[in-house]
Design a protein around this ligand. Structure first.
Ligand code: ZN
Length: 296
């Protein structure tokens, strides 16, 4: 899912990374087959209060506001409305523009403290709540509320986020996140688009895609993009990586095997493509690997 950001308030990159991950998995859970986009603005309490007053006549700040562009038929949501989503296809973003979300960073910080979890977790929670509204869910009557809550739980649980504690990221989810990351591949030369999703020991997921270059040599693989993103954000303990492609089985190249071996010689490598799913431990893909242990 394409998120178009407006950051009135500067935030740590980990916020937007986790929110992207949550948005990608939300589309998977909802079963949306078309490319989708949403505009996401992160602002302060004063700005969201102004919007709340202007659009809902409520003159106080709030945590999240959703402005869906799609008018769903009763009982329908983005995943069940079939071709109706084509109505909101936006040629400029090359995706179905679901609408706008506004999130108050002041509320994110305060609510994270109240619930005793990280700010990025709260930001992802609010993004998922807002996205569910853009998908057509609501919580006006109890039955609607139950359906919306169940979808929120499914999305957040799938990527290891719950309000009460840590969930676990399943192999299926990790593969789905790799397939979503693949949509952002920049591969005009090989046309071999690859996505990766790297699971860290603490449950965080970093996504990556291959980024090619006119020089060819400056190209970076999806797996190393994910690893370098994680390491540069302070994460260096990895338990699994999923890699997605089409056309042939996307086992990692030799360079990526070497880089994975540097941090996680025991990591599980999961692949997914139209030929199916497969898995192997890195130790089987890089036997007798040379690593930090050899220099001690
Ligand atoms: Zn590689």
């Amino acid at each position: 899912m394409k998120l178009i950001w407006t950051l009135d308030v500067p935030v740590e990159p980990v916020w937007t990374a986790l929110m992207q991950c949550a948005a990608d998995y939300a589309c998977v859970c909802e079963g949306i087959s078309r490319p989708c986009a949403a505009a996401v603005r992160l602002c302060d309490d004063a700005a969201i209060r102004e919007l709340n007053a202007a659009h809902r006549g409520i003159d106080r700040s709030t945590d999240v506001l959703s402005f869906p562009l799609m008018d769903y038929a009763p009982g329908q949501t983005a995943g069940t409305c079939g071709n109706a989503l084509a109505e909101i296809y936006d040629d400029e973003v090359n995706a179905c523009m679901l609408g706008d979300l506004v999130i108050s960073t002041g509320h994110v910080t305060a609510q994270a403290e109240e619930y005793g979890h990280s700010v990025q977790r709260e930001a992802a929670y609010l993004l998922v709540h807002g996205l569910c509204h853009l998908f057509g869910y609501d919580h006006i009557d109890p039955e609607d509320q139950r359906r919306m809550r169940a979808m929120e739980e499914k999305i957040l649980g799938g990527i290891g986020i719950t309000r009460d504690g840590d969930g676990t990221v399943s192999d299926e989810t990790l593969r789905a996140l790799a397939r979503s990351a693949r949509e952002r591949s920049y591969s005009p030369y090989s046309r071999y688009a690859v996505g990766a999703a790297l699971l860290c020991a603490d449950g965080r997921v970093f996504q990556g895609c291959n980024v090619e270059n006119a020089s060819y040599g400056a190209t970076m693989c999806a797996e190393r993009t994910a690893v370098f993103k994680a390491v540069s954000e302070g994460e260096a303990e990895f338990t699994a990586i999923a890699i997605a492609a089409q056309g042939s089985a996307p086992w990692p190249c030799g360079l990526c095997r070497q880089v994975l071996n540097e941090f996680a010689p025991d990591i599980r490598v999961l692949i997914t493509w139209e030929g199916g799913d497969d898995e192997a431990p890195l130790s089987a893909l890089l036997p007798h690997g040379f690593g930090p242990k050899d220099l001690l």
